[in-house]
Design a protein around this ligand. Sequence first.
Ligand SMILES: C[S@@+](CC[C@H](N)C(=O)[O-])C[C@H]1O[C@@H](n2cnc3c(N)ncnc32)[C@H](O)[C@@H]1O
Ligand SMILES: [Zn+2]
Length: 292
Amino acid sequence: MSSILRCPVCREPLLPSPSGYQCAALHSFDVARQGYVNLVLAQNKHSKEPGDDPEMVQSRRRFLDLGYYNPISDGINQATADVLSEFDRNSACSILDAGCGEGFYLARLKEALSQGSGPHLTMEYHGVDVSKFAVRFATQRDRSMGWFVASINDLPYLDASLDIVLNVFSPANIPEFARILKGNGSLIFVSPGPKHLNGLREIIYPVTREHGPPAITEKAKTLFAPATAKRITYPLELTNNREIMDLLAMTPYYWNIDRETQGKVATLDRLELDVDVEIRVFRKSGGDGATR
Ligand SMILES: C[S@@+](CC[C@H](N)C(=O)[O-])C[C@H]1O[C@@H](n2cnc3c(N)ncnc32)[C@H](O)[C@@H]1O
Ligand SMILES: [Zn+2]
């Protein structure tokens, strides 16, 4: 049986076993009750519970399920469908959401692609996040996907094993993404645009600066070629404090603001803000189409 997974200990293929996964050297990893596999080795953990904590994951789940970010998800689905339109009919496609959080974007992607009119492809969906709390939540959305606790800095995939890597508002490791992508694979990179969350940012920072272009464009230069870029912008109005606090908990500002500013946000019942997001598709350089 072939596998795209790689053992985090010896880097050899990881194959399904009765209790989870095992490599030829008998390193084994059990499937947790909730349906995910933890592939982070204890000695590689930089903190006790890396990644988003349970409260942040719950806030993200509540906020995303309200549908305010559906246009972002729709944009990701369209960008993915465009990439897939180049695939041969009846071929296979493996896709990884690297830094998948609680699984919102990957679950909606699967739903959209299964209803779409694109080529008939055998899809394999994987989601990886370093937060076990996030991955636990993600399994609730769809247990049929491959959900793994792992770091984007040491992804548990063999070289040239995936067709598409999706990276949404999460840390990125460009050389690692290039390693696991096939020769003609695509990276779909989603990041805040210049005005993202203006309205909230003005409350947090007395002088608001626009987000600069993401460092990815420069970092990806030698390993990827830019293919397409799309910007999604729209106004958003939140009309209760729960939604505002949940949004705050989803942002990096949550960690950076002082108690006084946090108190200020905690009294808000209404907030008008901008959503501004960029979806960039990069094609791995040097691909010749032979691996699809
Ligand atoms: C801002 S959230 C985005 C989550 C999801 N993509 C979304 O947009 O809903 C960033 C995510 O990256 C995860 N993360 C942070 N460092 C990571 C790492 N080194 N490897 C994998 N995931 C990481 C966090 O646990 C968190 O779930
Ligand atoms: Zn092994």
